[in-house]
Design a protein. Sequence first.
Length: 157
Amino acid sequence: MSSKWRRFEVLLPLQFNDGRDVPAAWLAEAVLEIVDHFGAASYETQKLEGHWRQGGVVYRDDLVRLVVDVPDTAQSREWMKEFKGRWKTRLQQLELWMVSYTIEVGIGRRTAAFSRFGRERMDTSHSCAMRQPAPGGYIARCTRRMRHPRQPPSSKR
């Protein structure tokens, strides 16, 4: 059994265009806004470095990624479009990069997934959404905590 879901990834800048730091509380607010609306979100604290060209000049941004999986509906897409507009204005950006793509959420008794940062196998026993990015491993989102092979099994089951 599967349902139609859509993943949105939003790149949020860590600095305004004039070089001032974006307050950490603002970034937390952006995450919580999505959590309040959709019930969950992921926030990657690892800094991403973006490069872009405008008018013959190459610019560099330090960014973080906000990820949310939502039902693939017109209402979800419209809400995320409005979210992007609000935060583009608030963060004083020329553009705020947001991508979306469909994902499949499947239900299974036992699913093997692969770590995003390597090909080490992780096990889970509930539903996962998996896709294969180009080139590399798999990315999985599971409704139950995944156990890395190097972690001892939990005493609770």
